[in-house]
Ligand binder design. Structure first.
Ligand code: OAD
Length: 264
């Protein structure tokens, strides 16, 4: 049976020791990691699902019913995402990536901030908001035209353009979910950062990691739906906690390197 997770506002000595010993690290992120970049989450007060529900916007039927609303909402989010800058949390993950092989960052976010921060080994489970495609010919919009009622359409075939995100009711792209599953299963440490852990299959990844022996840690400003299953919950903003982990690994590796040189 699981013993209850340790809750603390600072990473425990146990977590730091696990990070030192680990060879493989898998990190799952959600909307919370982009809060300090000025982007709203979905389910927190004032979040994206407060004004509209996923049923209004994030599915194929909603798009067919009211393409103006859906295109407009995603265009506004695209603008916000492209105006935002990666924060200390995103940057700390770029640094952590250097200390592990294998490393995989699995994000549910569509804002492209991890990529822009410089993360390399990563998958976007829910696609991204930048890469649009035509709903008819599936081509990316090299050319775009406007219909009479102002809808953005494909320059090749005239079909409606849609964002390259995964909507509710759609399957996740095969390669990202397979890579994410493999990485979770083989991880020594698994970090679940800034996610409410209620949307599957992403929310199943920490559980899979735990079943396969990983030390599983949640970093969040408040407990999530899966806190009970964690080995440790670190309560605080991702932009404060992740840099502590990266700094610890930097000094640990510097010490190791110094020892290696002086013992040569
Ligand atoms: P949610 O809005 O469900 O959850 C955001 C989480 O971030 C909450 O648990 C917050 O407590 C936490 N949080 C807020 N500020 C934080 C901070 N500074 N540092 C750390 N954590 C913080 O967003 P997701 O879990 O990402 O899917 O949502 C999952 C999916 O549901 C999304 O990818 C999207 C949505 O519907 C699709 O659209 C398919």
């Amino acid at each position: 049976m699981n013993s209850p997770a340790t809750h603390s506002t600072v990473p425990s000595e146990r977590l730091l020791a696990r990070l030192e010993k680990a060879t493989s690290l898998c990190v799952l992120t959600g909307a919370g990691i982009s809060v300090e970049s000025g982007l709203a989450t979905f389910r927190d007060p004032g979040g994206l699902w407060e004004e509209y529900s996923p049923a209004d916007l994030a599915n194929e039927a909603a798009f067919r019913r009211d393409p103006q609303l859906v295109q407009g909402w995603y265009q506004a989010r695209l603008k916000q995402a492209l105006t935002a800058e990666p924060n200390e949390g995103h940057l700390a993950l770029v640094e952590l990536e250097k200390f592990y092989e294998p490393f995989l960052l699995v994000t549910q976010n569509v804002d492209t901030l991890h990529k822009r921060a410089g993360s390399i080994n990563m998958v976007e489970l829910h696609g991204n908001i930048v890469d649009e495609r035509c709903t008819d010919c599936s081509k990316p919009p090299v050319d775009q035209v406007f219909s009479e009622d102002g809808l953005r359409c494909c320059g090749f075939c005239g079909g409606l353009l849609r964002p390259g995100v995964v909507w509710f009711g759609e399957s996740l792209p095969m390669d990202p979910i397979e890579r994410a599953t493999d990485a979770a299963i083989s991880s020594d440490v698994f970090l679940s950062v800034g996610t409410s852990s209620i949307v599957y299959p992403a929310a199943g990844l920490p559980l899979l990691a735990k079943q396969n022996g990983a030390y599983v840690v949640e970093i969040n400003v408040e407990p999530s739906a899966l806190s009970y299953a964690m080995d440790e919950v670190v309560l605080g903003p991702a932009g404060d906690i992740l840099p502590v982990l990266a700094a610890h690994m930097r000094s640990f590796n510097n010490r190791e390197e110094l020892e290696r040189i002086t013992n040569r």
